[in-house]
Design a protein around this ligand. Structure first.
Ligand code: UFG
Length: 333
């Protein structure tokens, strides 16, 4: 299949591109490199022996996107491109609505113009908002109590996809709701490399481990959880990538579908720090600070629908993820 991957040089996108190329698909990437490096393309080639076609472009540039669709007849689209900093989205909501929503609408318009009717969307557990039930199921309501504009863009895009599926009975859209992706390809060649100070836990831990940042601030140890720190469902990015390959098959049936991609098991922030220290054999400097506004105490996936309908389940452990992280770190120092 010929697949357009938006955001294909990013953290999750690059792992999916590797799997697509290894499976023999033809890949075209469009990415504006806002949160990734062009050198990722060389790493993808090093891993797979194949080079995807690359366009340095922003999805908000409709004419440029049309040109890409003029040059290729795609079978399907996997849509990762978007801004993803929770804190930045609170400060600059219009930027987030413009980039994420307008970018997606432009993409869908180009797809419609060319009769491309299959899309996988990179969604997030954030669409569930806060709830008393910590284990999230796809049947639970979405869109309520979402704490920030970034999360709302994910929810809104899912709603847009539902409407497009209603308007076109041949259109199929799969939203994959990621929990907390960690780790990287076992080669250590590609991984998460956010520009600037990271917001997320693992990239921050990596910068402390490499000595670039002094210590990890753990946001709150007074939550109503077993050790007082927040608990999340950390899923290996290589497992996540496989979920996309499985979802490609689900695109054969028209309509909108959403699947949780998580392990089903929560791990606390403190447990992650302890696991990292054990695997690296070195202490990870950290201290407890105030809670981060908008953080949920606990959230994890019920991944049974993905298992039942996609035949997907996570296989790698947190220890696998942390070992791969250390390989990545040693390659990048
Ligand atoms: N944390 C720290 N210190 C840090 C960074 C994070 O203690 O420096 C803690 C957070 O407070 C949280 C946990 O580590 O308890 C995980 O935080 P992340 O920022 O890594 O991830 P979140 O769970 O907040 O967010 C993730 C994705 C979002 C998505 C959300 C959905 O990054 O895109 O899950 O639940 F919206």
């Amino acid at each position: 299949m010929k697949i357009l991957v938006t955001g294909g040089t990013g953290y999750i996108g690059s792992h999916v591109v590797v799997d697509l190329l290894n499976e023999g698909h033809e890949v075209v990437i469009v990415d504006n490199l806002i949160n990734s490096k062009v050198t990722v393309l060389d790493k993808i080639t090093e891993i797979t022996g194949k080079t995807p076609i690359f366009y340095y472009e922003n999805l908000t540039n409709f004419e440029a996107l049309q040109k890409i669709f003029d040059e290729h007849q795609f079978d399907s689209v996997i849509h990762f491109a978007g801004l993803k900093s929770v804190s930045e989205s609170v400060e600059r909501p219009l930027l987030y609505y413009c980039e994420n929503i307008t970018g997606t609408i432009n993409l869908l318009k180009c797809m419609q113009d060319k009769g491309v009717e299959k899309i996988i969307f990179s969604s997030s557990a954030t669409v569930y908002g806060d709830s008393d039930i910590k284990e999230r199921l796809e049947t639970m309501p979405t869109g309520q109590n979402i704490a920030n504009p970034y999360g709302r863009t994910k929810y809104m895009i899912e709603e847009i996809l539902k409407d497009v599926c209603i308007s076109d009975p041949n259109f199929s859209a799969v939203a994959l709701r990621y929990f907390n992706p960690v780790g990287n390809h076992s080669s250590g060649l590609i991984g998460e490399e956010p520009n600037g100070i990271p917001n997320n836990l693992m990239p921050y831990i990596m910068k402390v481990a490499s000595g670039e940042l002094q210590e990890l601030s753990i946001y709150g140890n007074d939550y109503d959880t077993p050790d007082g720190t927040c608990r999340r469902d950390f899923v290996h990015v290589s497992d996540l990538a496989k979920g996309h390959l499985a979802a490609l098959k689900a695109l054969e049936t028209p309509g909108f579908k959403a699947y949780n991609l998580g392990t089903g098991t929560p791990t606390s922030v403190l447990e992650m720090v302890a696991a990292f220290e054990k695997i690296s054999g070195k202490p990870l400097p950290h201290r407890f600070v105030a809670r981060r506004p908008g953080d949920l105490a606990e959230i994890w996936a019920n991944p049974s629908l993905a298992k039942k309908e996609l035949g997907w389940q996570s296989e790698l452990t947190i220890e696998d993820a942390l070992k791969d992280t250390l390989t990545f770190l040693s390659n990048h120092q």
